[in-house]
Design a binder for this molecule. Structure first.
Ligand code: DC
Length: 436
């Protein structure tokens, strides 16, 4: 079973526009179930059959074959091998789609097709009954709504853009009528699943709606077992050893400094993540370990491994050597290996410490490792004033994970990696507070 995201809600709430954008960001398949009902309605309309008559519609089903195909990442719907993606969007099809969707046999006919797609793929599926009936075990369920007035306005503008002339009042009436039909029909009526997150986008611009929904989805799938189970776990003994040392260090540091950790909820429960932080002091790896229960691994400059005893000590705490400024590919491979083993990998993308607290430009290595390992990057800002002294206030601010899927890195080209690096550096900069 892939990761399934169910997005339900009334007509015109923006489900399909938002789902398409998010599916692209995540690299998931978008399944527009409304398009399936629309296709059946179109078939019935072409045959001159009443869409409110179950008796007339049911016999047609055996002659209908619906397929979703993806052309340049865009979903096209085929009705008996004809691409009807455009035709089904005509305004008059909407009400007929609502009519056929109230017929039990039509729903059963589409149910298997929808379930099948969800079984095989990571999908985002939108409709009316996805979270309640089609995918009751979906990993993420969202119920998207907006006022009827807002939805009519959006639909009005959309149709105007397509050159379809409609009256606003007619649209509002249609929306209200479809809402009534979809909510009050006997089978699989439109309703919010008990475990769905309600998002009301009244007054939102599209971008804001996308941001809100995307963030809900990322939070949920990042903690879903399907994602986490793919990550290997370190041995319990290794974790115990780390926990004991970590406890002792926390004790000492809490006496020496005034520590504040922000954003603990952004730290995934399982390991295998990159923690990308600004670099202020040699103590940064220790500071970062306070709220993270999974052992870290991190690169340290080669010179530090010269002394055998010290080398053994830092190795025991996850350090591995990097030759600075040499474009060392072995270190990239080692980083990916450690992430795959289940370690969290600390990276200081600036490469060197910042004495005044300002965040430097950052190197692309962090982006390359993230792209190769396809793991979340958790940006962190470490802030304190001046030099560290006894009882200095230190704020360690963990930001929202940047998911590899979100980064849309496909080819690891220098251009893509730069975009990713800039995003990571910006997030780190936003988390640093020079006035703590
Ligand atoms: O989302 P849409 O406007 O394209 O959907 C067209 C109609 O299909 C809508 O009025 C209700 C119905 N529908 C449904 O009953 N169940 C779904 N999962 C999707 C759509």
């Amino acid at each position: 079973m892939g990761i399934n995201i169910a997005l339900d809600g009334p007509s015109g709430a923006g489900k399909s526009t938002i789902s398409k954008i998010i599916a692209k960001k995540l690299g998931y398949i978008y399944v527009d179930t409304g398009a399936m009902y629309r296709s059946i309605a179109l078939f019935a309309m072409d045959k001159g059959v009443s869409t409110t008559s179950a008796q007339q519609i049911i016999p047609l089903l055996k002659d209908i074959e619906i397929e979703l195909k993806y052309v340049d990442d865009v979903q096209h719907i085929f009705l008996n091998n004809e691409d009807v993606s455009e035709k089904i969007r005509q305004n008059e099809v909407s009400m007929h789609a609502s009519n056929v969707s109230a017929i039990k046999e039509v729903r059963e006919f589409l149910f298997n097709l929808q379930r099948d797609m969800a079984k095989k793929n990571n999908i985002i599926m939108d409709g009316r009954d996805i979270g309640t009936v089609v995918l009751p075990d979906a990993d993420v369920k969202i119920y998207l709504t907006a006022s009827a007035d807002d939805r009519a306005k959006r639909r009005y503008n959309e149709l105007l853009e397509k050159g379809q002339a409609v009256s606003y009042d007619d649209l509002l009436n249609q929306i209200n009528e479809r809402d009534f039909n979809d909510t009050n029909r006997e089978i699989a009526p439109l309703k919010q699943a008990d475990d769905a997150v309600l998002v009301d986008t009244t007054g939102f611009e599209l971008q804001k709606s996308v941001e809100v929904i995307y963030s809900i989805i990322c939070d949920k799938i990042n903690n879903t077992n399907k994602v986490n189970d793919k990550k290997k776990s370190l041995s319990p003994l290794r974790i115990l050893f780390y926990q004991i040392i970590r406890g002792l260090v926390i004790l000492v540091y809490s006496i020496a400094f005034n520590l504040k950790v922000v954003g603990k909820e952004n730290i995934p429960k399982k390991g295998g993540n990159i923690v990308a932080s600004n670099h202020r002091t040699y103590q940064d790896p220790i500071l970062l370990s306070f709220p993270v229960k999974i052992p870290f691994s991190y690169m340290a400059k080669e010179e530090l491994f010269k002394n055998k005893a010290f080398s053994a000590l830092i190795k025991a705490f996850g350090a591995f050597p990097v030759r600075r400024g040499s474009g060392d590919m072995a270190v990239i491979d080692e980083s990916v290996k450690r992430l795959n083993k289940g370690y969290n990998l600390i990276i200081f993308p600036e490469g060197t410490r910042s004495m005044d607290g300002t965040v430097g430009k950052g190197k692309t290595g962090v982006a390359l490792i993230a792209a190769m390992a396809q793991v979340p990057v958790i940006p962190v800002g470490i802030s304190f004033r001046g030099k560290l002294k006894f009882r200095s206030k230190i704020v360690i601010n963990f930001g929202k994970p940047i998911l590899p899927q979100e980064l849309e890195i496909k080819s690891q080209s220098p251009k893509e990696l730069k975009v990713l690096k800039l995003k990571i550096m910006q997030s780190i900069t936003d988390l640093v507070d020079l006035n703590v």
